[in-house]
Design a binder for this molecule. Sequence first.
Ligand code: G6P
Length: 612
Amino acid sequence: MCGIVGAVAKREITEVLLQGLHRLEYRGYDSAGLAVISSQNQLQILRKVGKVNILTEATKKQGISGQIGIAHTRWATHGDIQERNAHPHVSSNIIVVHNGIIENYQSLRQVLSKRGYSFFSDTDTEIIAHLVHWEQCQTGGILADIIQNVIFQLHGNYSIVIMDSLDCNKLVAVCSGSTLIIGCGDGENFIASDKNALLPVTCCLIFLETGDIAEITSQNIKIRNHLGNIVERSKTLLAKKTYIEETYSQYRHYMQKEIFEQPCAIQNTIAGRLQSDFIDLSELGENINILFSKVQHVQIIACGTSYHSAMISRFWLEKLANLPCDIEIASEFRYRELVVRPGSLLITISQSGETADTLAALRLTKNYSGYLGSLTICNTEHSTLVRESDFALITYAGSEISVASTKTFTAQLTLMLILITYIARIRGMEHVIFHQIIRTIEKLPRSIEQILSLEKEIKILANKFIHKKHALFLGRGSLLPIAMEGALKLKETAYIHAEAYAAGELKHGPLALINDDIPVIVIVANDYLINKVKSNIEEVHARGGKLYIFAEQNTGFIQCKNINITLLPKTEPIIAPIIYAVPMQMLAYYIAVVKGNNVDQPRHLAKSVTVE
Ligand code: G6P
């Protein structure tokens, strides 16, 4: 979603801004813009609908240059996708870029209209520029003080960076519930909404806290907290190796690369945690076993693909740790009256660690006593979710660029299985079973390599789907979430309407949809539910449905008219959801490729969903 980059230096910074925007592209956006003040104090602004490349070309053409500037990628919320709605927004000498939503913008717009301001855009951002300008005209004084007065009038979660073309040696940034990170350089400083934009220029970062206002010049960084007191925020030095110039190397898309990186992503997530006869989670601190032994209930919160990880985790928590578990989509959870169960552990799952609803849900739980603690499973170290949770376990899947999550999903599942097995052992899981599960998890990278070798077969299968408008995915038990993940992948990348159903629910409605034009994809594990699923398959077959079955070898499925079988290698049922997710990812990917879609950045979607 929206991304911010700002720079103030003693050198030319336009390239830094554009490179920063380029490194934010993966988050999803529809337009981009920048404002740079030239050495002759001229304000230069450019906005373009479409890709950052278009903005880059136009910037070069116009010869925009300077030593201070702000830039933005916009994902439309208020106002449609047009150049005039792209950021930065301006009110005379005040220039603003903004992430998040100003919820009371309508009433503020009316107030400003009465004060004589006219509006160039339909955005909520433009009111910020006018409010700051108005306040500056009324009171004068230091920009940071003026902004402090203005933000009392703004409702919502947001981050803002403001520049004053009449006082052009500083940027002022406000962090209010939406991430902002300062990049500290040598005689130059930067700001961005995502560390990826900063890493090409510095590894020394300051993560602003909610309520912080930072005044940034090339030499100084002054931060005041929500009370207006000057504060020191600690600097985090990231290792140089964190910055890798991402490319798809031999692959055609990031999504393909990330699907094929799964054995390695899982291996990195396991490394150091699985020992020959024990699980090492000492990274959670020495008192963690005491906390885990008190857990009587687990509440898991997540969105999108991460929610599917939560669904499978519930299944494992009940089966392995005998723990009751509730799962919920963060956007629903955050608006409920919570009834906290005694001894409840809160777990959030997120690839980015920046999803607005998941963060809001975590913050909400802090108002309730009763939670033993909060633990996040996250792929992004130093993300807001990691910083605000009591405990964090990082999936070391490496950065995921494609909007559709793949390797972070299977890494999340692997880490959840490790965590749940660890908790189960504390709660009395038998030694023999504990060992069996450790051995099974260790096999995961190899098992996924075997699945990846089905690429050719799945590519051929994909051709059968290109003209389809709808698809139905069926699963049972721990594979129902994988059916849901398969349907989600198909919608987001291939733009095919897909629904997932618990196979046992077919008779309660979806059977009415069955005809030979709707492919029915069934995922079958060789577990205690196999005969039940077989009966459900018969029900579809008897009604002329076209079945695409993904099942383990030796499970007795026979290819025939209207039944296509993709045989999967033998798998222990406990890890079947992790392994069987992969053919679903490959199927959606190849259908999207054949259809010629923008696989890595599907229309209307964003990787990091930083607004609710
Ligand atoms: C977006 C992404 C999904 C992701 C979801 C949750 O919708 O496109 O791939 O699953 O957000 O994001 P999170 O970062 O919290 O896992």
